[in-house]
Design a protein. Structure first.
Length: 174
């Protein structure tokens, strides 16, 4: 397994992110939503890279926003050929590290009720189903399962150094 590096999302990533978003989701976010993620002080984006062919290659991304003691994971997508290779887990761990830095008590996210792989993944990562939102998704119309995970006040060993924290102090949002 190659080394996975997770870093802060930048505007130069947007073309690649939009392409992956359209391939990964039947109801993809528009470019403007990702621009807002990059510009809003309570939001953030992460990009996972793997060293391949002598260079770092983007293989996944994740987005989140924090506020009111919660961090909401809005998107995680991984290139198909890199799924089940810990990329999604590393992105989620990095979002968890940000949530800890933002002093969140809870991490929440939604998953399509038909997305068994995602449901199993988030369950393995300590998330529990809270409730369902009827007809939440379009294309096709489908319920969402809302998952949550309590965040410990001390940083677990598995989230240390899981992303490039060079901007952590400047990103403090409180």
């Amino acid at each position: 397994m190659s080394e996975i590096k997770v870093r802060k999302m930048i505007s130069d990533d947007l073309d690649w992110i939009i392409d992956l978003e359209r391939r990964a989701f039947s109801d993809p976010w528009p470019r403007q939503s990702f621009r807002e993620t990059l510009s809003e002080p309570m939001s953030g984006g992460l990009v996972a890279e793997i060293f391949s062919g002598g260079q770092w290659r983007r293989v996944g991304y994740g987005c989140y926003f924090s506020g009111g003691g919660e961090t909401h994971v809005t998107n995680i997508a991984v290139e198909p050929q890199f799924r089940r290779q810990s990329v999604g887990r590393r992105l989620l761990e990095s979002a968890l590290a940000r949530a800890i830095a933002d002093e969140s008590d809870l991490m929440i996210l939604e998953v399509r009720s038909s997305n068994r792989d995602a449901i199993e993944f988030y369950s393995r990562q300590g998330f529990h189903e809270l409730y369902r939102r009827a007809a939440y998704y379009d294309n096709p119309r489908e319920d969402a399962i809302v998952f949550a995970r309590a965040i410990k006040t001390t940083q677990p060993d598995n989230t240390r150094n899981s992303y490039d924290a060079s901007d952590a102090d400047s990103k403090k949002r409180r």
